[in-house]
Design a protein around this ligand. Structure first.
Ligand code: MNH
Length: 490
């Protein structure tokens, strides 16, 4: 069905928590979008549906930018979305005094599964600040020390798995990086082991979780009229409901057994959420919210990091000079003929490898943009924009703007040398979003990514598949399609 774009229509009101700002501003919104440039061939009722690209929505926005400029309007049925892709306007859109996170479109769909957990909460909901205050310390750079050993053990699981496959043919990169990152966040999040590298049958919990994520990813492509959706997609919806019941039950069982064992020694995120009060209000998170947070971490914490790893491996395989330079750095820590035993502090010594990751997230920001809305009626790029208006900060385009220099599409990790970073305008590099709603898991993702790449590069030579052309799919996040690499033990 070819009828949608990046931003699925909002769920009807009964599925969502009402947002007073939105209903108040509905009329102004319709008016202010009418003066913006928009895609050609717009028609009544369907809007820009016929020229939209449901499979590659944000890559299509990048193409549209060339024709429509730094700020333009798109419309699918009655849903407008203002796309902002000029570096100057993007930087303005990140001004927290005038703009904030917008909960609409796909994030509304996520609320059905994750409620008011960190990612999908309105900034004004008390559970947002409560969870933010409780969890921030667990995601500080210093906290990564506690997770380092678990991350290392999980990466070693992947390495052992790849060792067995290294001599015959190629590996399915994204499937395997996803196994790695889901396992890492499940262990660190709530002490759950999927054991994806040793089990022969799929874990029923992992299978349910991955079907739910896929369901969320497809929400843009279902009929936006609830009673029609219920009929046309009844099989998929029945599966979603039973998966959701099962996942809730598993998480609730873990929560219950923790509650019954208050003296037990656990040091995971779940334990922190169950035993820590918000320092500001003295309040605890309730069980339903804790369950939603666990589910959110499993989701937010794994697809993004696995995408980063997959694109980095593709770029390293196709730029052997960069891979060699990264290996030189690794060998200065761990000689080529040893089995590395990375310590927490080692990860921060790998400055070149970190630049490889930064540059990967520039060219392929796994979260290709984020939603914003004006706090009050204002102007942007010479256009009036109304309070509550749905806007999209198109990171994917800003990261490729000529402001990055001569050849913005070239993969050049040294762009992130401190002196070159200083010579660019600030505020044009935002792979982790912006302001108070930016990514809480940034240090977590960077530590895991650098650690995994270090062990992989130290052990294997990466061979691209002859003739492979990178194709990028979108399901909220970007991911490479059909990426396979040959691994040769070094
Ligand atoms: Mn993460 C928010 C990108 C890894 C947990 N993340 C965001 C946002 C971006 C983002 C962009 C802002 C979204 C918005 O404005 O609507 N996140 C990433 C990327 C990676 C990543 C590119 C990996 C690379 N994120 C992780 C990991 C975790 C995590 C790992 C958890 C372990 N992210 C979150 C949570 C939020 C978030 C939770 C919501 C924070 C909030 O709104 O308070």
């Amino acid at each position: 069905m070819n009828k949608q774009h990046a931003a699925p229509p909002q769920l009807p009101a009964e599925h969502t928590t009402p947002n007073p700002a939105r209903s108040r501003n509905r009329r102004a919104v319709a008016h202010s979008t009418s003066t913006l440039p928009h895609p050609p061939h717009r028609i009544p009722i369907l809007g820009d549906l016929l020229t939209a690209d449901p499979a590659r929505p944000t890559q299509n926005f990048v193409d549209l930018t060339r024709r429509l400029g730094p700020i333009f309007d798109t419309k699918i049925f009655n849903q407008h979305l203002t796309v902002v892709s000029g570096p100057a306007q993007y930087t303005e859109l990140c001004d927290e005094k005038r703009f904030g996170k917008h909960i609409g479109f796909s994030i509304q769909a996520a609320r059905e599964l994750a409620g008011d957990a960190l990612f999908s909460a309105y900034s004004t909901e008390s559970n947002w600040s409560r969870a933010h205050n409780i969890l921030m310390p667990a995601f500080a750079l210093s906290a990564m020390k506690c997770y380092h050993d678990t991350m290392l053990e999980t990466v070693r699981g992947l390495i052992a798995y790849w060792d067995e496959r290294a001599h015959d043919g190629t590996v399915d990169v994204h499937t395997d990086t996803s196994k790695l990152t889901l396992e890492t966040i499940a262990r660190i999040g709530f002490g759950y082991h999927f054991d994806p590298f040793t089990r022969t049958k799929p874990d029923p919990y992992a299978a349910a979780v991955s079907r739910l994520f896929a369901f969320l990813g497809r929400s843009a492509y279902r009929i936006p009229v609830p009673w029609m959706e219920a009929i046309v997609h009844r099989g998929e919806i029945r599966q979603k409901n039973s998966d959701m019941t099962y996942v809730r039950q598993v998480i609730d069982d873990v929560i219950q057994s923790r509650r019954q064992d208050p003296g037990g020694q656990f040091d995971d995120l779940l334990q922190l959420m169950l035993t820590t009060a918000d320092p500001e209000t003295g309040q605890f998170l309730d069980d339903e919210n804790v369950r939603n947070q666990v589910f959110t971490f499993l989701n937010a914490g794994h697809e993004t990091t696995s995408g980063t790893l997959s694109f980095a491996l593709h770029l390293l395989a196709t730029h052997p000079d960069v891979a060699d330079q990264a290996r030189d750095e690794l060998h200065s820590l761990w000689p080529a003929d040893t089995d590395p035993d990375p310590e927490f502090g080692d990860i921060h010594k790998l400055r070149y490898l970190r630049r490889v990751v930064d540059e990967t997230l520039r060219l392929w920001p796994i979260a290709p943009g984020f939603f914003r809305e004006p706090k009050q009626d204002t102007t942007l790029g010479g256009y009036t924009v109304a309070a509550g208006q749905a806007m999209f900060a198109l990171t994917l385009q800003v990261h490729r703007d000529p402001v990055w220099g001569e050849d913005p599409l070239a993969f050049d990790p040294d762009r992130f040398l401190p002196e070159r970073t200083r010579s660019r305008p600030a505020g044009i590099y935002k792979p982790f979003g912006t302001g108070m709603r930016s990514c809480i898991g940034r240090q977590f993702a960077l530590h895991e990514t650098v650690l995994a790449l270090a062990l992989i590069l130290h052990r294997y030579d990466l061979e691209p598949e002859p003739g492979y052309q990178l194709e990028v799919a979108e399901e909220f996040t970007l991911k490479p399609v059909g990426l396979r690499l040959g691994l040769r033990r070094l």
